[in-house]
Design a protein. Structure first.
Ligand SMILES: Cc1cc2nc3c(=O)[nH]c(=O)nc-3n(C[C@H](O)[C@H](O)[C@H](O)COP(=O)(O)O)c2cc1C
Length: 328
């Protein structure tokens, strides 16, 4: 049979569960899982769940939409795994802005090797807030990651040694501002889970142990050390720091940034790399444009990611049961 023969998909409940499961394993801001799914005969709708918003950390919902973009990407990869060409429509209904994406089955096709690898990587991808081995990520791997984000119209800025100190300064200022804001810390506190029994949020055991949050979350008072910036700059040398950029900065760009981000993270996982987020400067309205300016980039920074080789593996974070995520 021609592998691209058109056929109308009627997905089984098992197929739909597989697609939803893949989408649900996506990373999200503080593991808020800010999505709801509606099943269709031929795929999945992904709706934004504003009840799971973080209005202080993410006042414009930018990270929420990036998170939903990561889920949409995984759903598309899962549809490819089932032997269909994934078809994606972002913000398809102007009358229903909460419907962020429909991910449906196009013509039949044989799963391709690259797609299968990305699908296999989904359960193995984790945010790594632990120590990185001090080995640089080689140029070939970086090229692959650049290719992954370019497929979604985004690009990467690899922060060089010259600009690392400037980034350390920005990270320190952002972390200080967050630590000094009671509203900020209260909101973060609501998504921290002391025990491993939750179904969402960030387990405390998943956080790093570093005195300054070059990654991870600002959850407490920061020690006021004069050498803080040096410490952060030194820590940054243990990983490769990437900033994901998009040309525009509206909800569609945020969704596409999420797809680019998840593509990058799955590609990195396949290469034995791990990633963490150092997003604090992007969560401060004033500091975000400063970052774009000193990196001399024309677009808008959407994520600051550290990638490298892990010293240890970290456990998976929990997710809500799927039946809580489906809409009627
Ligand atoms: C848009 C976005 C922003 C994030 N921002 C941060 C962050 O500022 N600090 C952090 O430690 N993790 C951040 N994360 C990682 C999430 O906390 C993580 O994805 C979530 O806890 C689920 O864990 P997992 O990635 O291991 O599956 C972010 C993830 C996304 C998708």
């Amino acid at each position: 049979m021609d592998s691209t023969t058109a056929a109308t998909a009627r997905l089984t409940p098992e197929d739909l569960a597989l697609i939803a499961q893949a989408a649900h394993r996506a990373p999200s801001l503080h593991n808020t899982q800010p999505w709801r799914f509606r099943a269709r005969l031929d795929g999945l709708e992904i709706h934004e769940d504003t009840d799971r918003a973080l209005p202080v950390v993410d006042p414009f919902g930018r990270d929420r939409l990036i998170s939903c973009g990561t889920a949409a990407y995984n759903a598309a990869i899962a549809i490819g795994h089932l032997g269909w060409t994934p078809q994606l429509a972002l913000c398809p209904d102007p009358g229903n802005p909460r419907l962020l994406a429909t991910v449906t089955c196009g013509p039949r096709r044989r799963p391709d090797a690259e797609g299968e690898q990305l699908y296999e990587a989904i359960p193995h991808r984790r945010t790594h807030r632990r120590v990185f081995l001090p080995t640089a990520v080689d140029d070939d791997r970086l090229e692959e990651l650049r290719g992954a984000v370019a497929a979604h119209g985004a690009w990467l800025h690899v922060v060089d040694a010259r600009r690392r100190d400037r980034l350390a300064d920005l990270l320190w200022r952002a972390a200080r501002e967050q630590a000094e804001s009671r509203e900020f810390r209260r909101e973060i506190g609501r998504w921290l889970r002391e025990t491993g029994e939750g179904v969402d949020g960030v387990p405390v055991a998943s956080l790093g142990k570093a005195p300054y949050p070059v990654d991870g979350l600002v959850t407490h008072d920061l020690p006021l050390r004069r050498d803080a910036e040096d410490w952060i700059a030194e820590e940054l040398t243990h990983s490769t720091v990437l900033v994901l950029f998009t040309l525009g900065d509206d909800p569609l760009d945020w969704l596409r940034a999420g797809m680019a981000l998840e593509h990058l993270l799955l590609r990195a996982t396949l290469d034995g790399l791990v990633a963490s987020f150092a997003d604090q400067p992007l969560q401060q309205t004033r500091l975000r444009p400063e970052l774009a300016a000193f990196l001399d980039e024309p677009g808008h920074p959407q994520a600051i990611i550290r990638i490298g080789r892990p010293m240890v593996t970290v456990p998976p974070t929990p997710r809500r049961p799927l039946d809580q995520v489906f809409m009627n």
